[in-house]
Design a protein around this ligand. Structure first.
Ligand SMILES: C[S@@+](CC[C@H](N)C(=O)[O-])C[C@H]1O[C@@H](n2cnc3c(N)ncnc32)[C@H](O)[C@@H]1O
Length: 326
């Protein structure tokens, strides 16, 4: 610790004056370990708000504590390391001298009760809000942060192929979380929309190409995504085989598409080649393409969704299934 004496007598006098009050010493003892609001401090000190506020102002003026505003409340805290070194030393003496105070022990007990009450407040809030929480969560914070949080679980070194990327809605979301996204699509118009959406993002690359002959080298990506595109492909088996070729060993494929349905008007109006994909056939195709650990499950339809129900398939490219078949 710097033992250099203070040059200005005024500073030392002001510090000592601000410490020469029992209530202020009690406040500092509390605020050294815990950020507290005025109401909480009144509760612990059993003093009226006007008294506590007056003492806090003295401590603020002499920079013993700092205040931070959260919602409608000011919270106070003393951070020892932020004090000037002579002030730290003064405080250490004051604290040592007040250690044995019966009032300080009582303050400590009331502080524990106040902190316990804080936890109870959160519990009471959630006990009452549980029924409306989903709606409240969305109203207060929106829908996207949960998806962003889950995307952050992706390995940052991943190169992901988005096959049938369309206007790159997915690629743009992914780009902030992985090394690179390669979007592949056959339609120049969709690729034009994708280019516009991507804007200045540097780690998305668009390639024009067919899902049955993907313009990505063998083992050129860590994972492949294919959303709502396979029902447009004539030879689905060939497209799935291409997925197996471009994914590195250990990489994964995720497919979302339509479950089999009998809405032929829908299929025709959307220009789709098939009315959904059969689970058993897709499992077989993935297996033949070198994928293992294949899981296919229906997705719960969203209330506002007008199209047929969707499934999600995921599989790992181990290559074991291929070797066993040979
Ligand atoms: C319904 S969109 C889905 C786009 C995107 N995956 C999404 O979820 O928003 C289907 C996309 O697949 C593309 N597509 C259809 N057949 C394709 C093929 N054989 N090769 C490459 N892309 C194809 C279409 O151009 C279109 O952009």
């Amino acid at each position: 610790m710097d033992k250099k004496p203070l040059g200005k007598p005024d500073t030392l006098v002001a510090w000592m004056e601000s410490l020469s009050d029992a209530t202020r010493l009690r406040l500092l003892r509390l605020l050294e370990h815990q950020e507290l609001g005025v109401v909480e401090l009144c509760d612990v000190l059993q003093s009226p708000q006007s008294t506590v506020s007056r003492h806090l102002k003295v401590l603020l003026d002499q920079r013993w504590v700092r205040a931070a505003r959260r919602a409608t409340t000011n919270y106070y805290r003393m951070i020892l390391e932020e004090l000037q070194v002579p002030a730290q030393r003064l405080w250490l003496v004051a604290r040592e001298q007040t250690d044995g105070w019966a009032t300080a022990r009582q303050d400590q007990l009331r502080l524990e009760r106040v902190l316990h009450q804080r936890q109870q407040d959160a519990r009471t809030f959630f006990a009452g809000a549980a029924g409306q929480w989903d709606q409240l969560r969305c109203e207060l914070y929106g829908r996207h942060f949960g998806i962003e949080a889950m995307l952050a679980l992706l390995p940052a070194h991943y190169v992901i192929a988005d096959l049938g990327c369309g206007t790159a809605a997915l690629a743009v979301q992914l780009a902030g979380h992985v090394k690179r996204v390669i979007g592949v699509d056959l339609s120049p118009e969709m690729l034009k929309g994708a280019k516009k959406r991507i804007g200045a993002l540097k780690n998305i690359e668009l390639r024009k190409g067919d899902l049955t002959s993907v313009p990505i080298s063998t083992g050129g990506c860590d994972a492949v995504l294919c959303l709502l595109a396979l029902t447009y492909v004539e030879d689905v088996q060939l497209a799935v085989r291409e997925m197996g070729r471009i994914v590195k060993p250990g990489g994964q494929a995720v497919i979302v598409d339509l479950m089999p349905h009998d809405r032929d008007d829908f299929r025709r109006s959307m220009g789709q080649k098939s009315a959904g994909l059969d689970e058993r056939q897709l499992t077989n195709m993935l297996s033949c393409a070198g994928f293992d650990e294949i899981q296919i499950k229906p997705l719960s339809p969203e209330p506002s969704a007008k199209g047929p129900a969707l499934f999600l398939a995921r599989a790992i490219r181990t290559g074991q299934a291929l070797e066993q078949a040979r």
